[in-house]
Write a protein that binds this ligand. Structure first.
Ligand code: DQA
Length: 141
């Protein structure tokens, strides 16, 4: 059984309430439950969220170098577009990271078109709503 970690960044704790027209009406707990169901028997998935850039970097480090994870699914939220430090952390670790976004970042404001983390991720999935998490998990197993 594969072991995956899903890291969610800033404001994703408010999923379900936050701009539902863009991000949907499911909470992070709802999404975790349905992805867990879909991936049952294929992967054991741990969910983690933080609004703090440094904590996300610490969690990436802690998931590497023998921590037992086969892959990481990362929704870095707005840090996607701003954080060279998170990009450096992804490049520094020995676990593949798949970037996900619920919304299609390329259909949105221009500032969201650029991802600083995409070049250091194994791949990116954007625009399929809550399904992006399961798609990324499948890509990692
Ligand atoms: C997001 C897209 C980002 O641009 C935004 O800042 C988010 C969520 C998404 O899942 O669509 O917080 O990562």
């Amino acid at each position: 059984m594969k072991r995956l970690l899903v890291i969610n960044g800033p404001n994703l704790n408010l999923l379900g309430r936050r701009e539902p027209g863009i991000y949907g009406s499911l909470s992070l707990a709802d999404i975790a439950a349905s992805v867990g169901e879909e991936m049952r028997g294929l992967a054991e998935i741990e969910w983690w969220q933080s609004n703090h850039e440094g904590e996300i970097i610490d969690r990436l480090h802690a998931a590497a170098y023998g921590a037992g994870y086969d892959g990481i699914v990362l929704n870095a939220g707005a840090y996607t577009h701003t954080s060279l430090a998170i990009a450096d952390a992804i490049a520094a670790i020995d676990v593949p990271v798949v970037e996900v976004h619920l919304s299609n970042i390329f259909r949105r404001e221009e500032v969201r078109h650029r991802s600083l983390i995409a070049p250091v991720c194994a791949g990116s999935i954007s625009g399929f709503g809550a399904k992006v998490y399961a798609l990324a998990a499948r890509a990692l197993i």
